[in-house]
Design a protein around this ligand. Structure first.
Ligand SMILES: O=C(O)CCC(=O)C(=O)O
Ligand SMILES: [Fe+2]
Length: 334
């Protein structure tokens, strides 16, 4: 039985290896997705030294003066939606979050057909000039994207589907967005309407794979109330997003979460990688899932949206959401 007060820690090694035990791993993932949509993954095979190096280099970047970091500001990333945003620069539910960040994603050259076609959220990254950061980000995104493919196989098996179900329809070429976040411990100036590191929200796509450092602050809104998702050394926090909720008719919940304002006295780093359907993919219900009701839960949702009513390209869903969190960019780049 899954304890409703703690998030399960699942050793995904057999799934990563494609070994016989992967059915058992899939069953545990399925139980977690039905219970809270959140779990920790250990045994994932992503090199701990790579994660440590990314933490060190990220600290080095965020420690730079704000004027320096603004050399790589998002406004310069254009439609690709890449670059640095300063403290208070992103809104959740209309309020500024107390975090700064660097937006990244799959690295595509300007000559790539999708970039030439001006497809939003596709393009080259704006890599800060911190020695080693570019290579480390690219290696990290590649490793965690591979993990995303394996976890989606586990999710497919957990629904009684062929392992390649999602890859065949949505994620042969997944949309990967990646962020480095820093939640500084610095107090909020008087008069600013800031409450959270990140306000309550759900993630938009299929699966989020998050590394958080040892500071803590992430909390998850389960049916039984808010529970903490404290750091578990060496584990990724995995949670499902709105599209999997939509595809499964609500069987797998896209669970709201938020991050407390950091008052620990040291910076908190987190690195979410969003493993999402291809921008052009049309998102459809999975046929014949027992227990799926596709209930309209919009009245109780943070954004009052009915994900089950959505039909269209994943890219359109994403853009409608993103333009709410960065309203100042919407007019410039979309
Ligand atoms: O920083 C965290 O721990 C969570 C961030 C998050 O929820 C998000 O970026 O969607
Ligand atoms: Fe999130």
């Amino acid at each position: 039985m899954t304890d409703p007060q703690t998030l399960p820690v699942i050793d995904v090694a057999p799934l990563v290896a494609g070994a016989p035990g992967r059915e058992g791993v899939a069953a545990q993932i399925g139980a977690a997705c039905r219970a809270h949509g959140f779990f920790y993954a250990t045994g994932h095979g992503v090199d701990a030294a790579l994660v440590r190096r990314l933490e060190e280099l990220s600290h080095r970047f965020f420690e730079l003066p704000e004027e320096t970091k603004m050399q790589w500001r998002m406004a310069l990333g254009g439609r690709a939606w890449r670059g640095y945003f300063p403290l208070g620069g992103e809104l959740t539910s209309g309020r500024p979050d107390w975090k700064e960040g660097l937006y990244l994603g799959t690295e595509l050259p300007t000559s790539h057909p999708l970039v030439q076609a001006k497809t939003p959220v596709h393009g080259p990254n704006l890599f800060p000039d911190v020695p080693g950061l570019r290579e480390t980000i690219l290696a990290y995104m590649a490793a965690v994207t591979q993990l995303g493919h394996r976890l989606m196989e586990g999710i497919a098996l957990s629904l009684g589907l062929p392992a390649a179900y999602f890859a065949e329809r949505y994620t042969a070429d997944p949309l990967i967005l990646f962020r480095l976040f820093n939640y500084p411990s610095q107090p909020v100036p008087e008069g600013l309407d800031v409450q959270w590191g990140v306000g309550e929200h759900t993630d938009y796509g299929l699966l989020t794979i998050l590394h958080q450092d040892d500071v803590g602050g992430l909390a998850v809104h389960t049916p039984g109330g808010w529970i903490d998702a404290p750091p578990v050394p060496g584990a990724f926090v995995c949670n499902i997003g709105d599209m999997l909720d939509r595809m499964t008719g609500g069987l797998y919940k896209s669970t709201p979460h938020r991050v407390k304002r950091n008052t620990s006295g040291r910076d908190r780093l987190s690195f979410p990688l969003f493993f999402d359907p291809n921008f052009e993919a049309r998102v459809q219900r999975i046929e014949g899932l027992a227990g799926a009701e596709a209930r309209d839960d919009s009245a109780g949702r943070w954004d009052r949206a009915n994900v089950h009513a959505f039909s269209g390209r994943y890219g359109d869903y994403l853009l409608a959401k993103v333009s709410k969190v960065f309203p100042q960019l919407r007019d410039e780049v979309l």
